[in-house]
Ligand binder design. Structure first.
Ligand code: FES
Length: 66
């Protein structure tokens, strides 16, 4: 799923930055930097933060209803 339409970043791209060699990205701005781009309109910031939180908390199934 594309989460940043300005830079065409997917949720998979965001999760990959959580396992980068230089250490995990700590905020949405670092996610963009890790992926070689920069924030533009900023509409994706909330979604990226949610993906990061889910990745940091591990497989959190509380919101899936399962
Ligand atoms: S949607 Fe990510 S910067 Fe615009």
């Amino acid at each position: 799923m594309i989460v940043c339409s300005c830079n065409v970043l997917s949720d998979h791209d965001v999760r990959a930055t959580m396992h980068s060699e230089g250490g995990p990205a700590r905020n949405p701005g670092e996610v963009h930097r890790c992926l070689g781009c920069s924030r533009k309109c900023g509409r994706c910031m909330h979604t990226i933060k949610n993906i990061m939180n889910e990745a940091l908390c591990g497989a959190d199934h509380r919101h899936t209803g399962s």
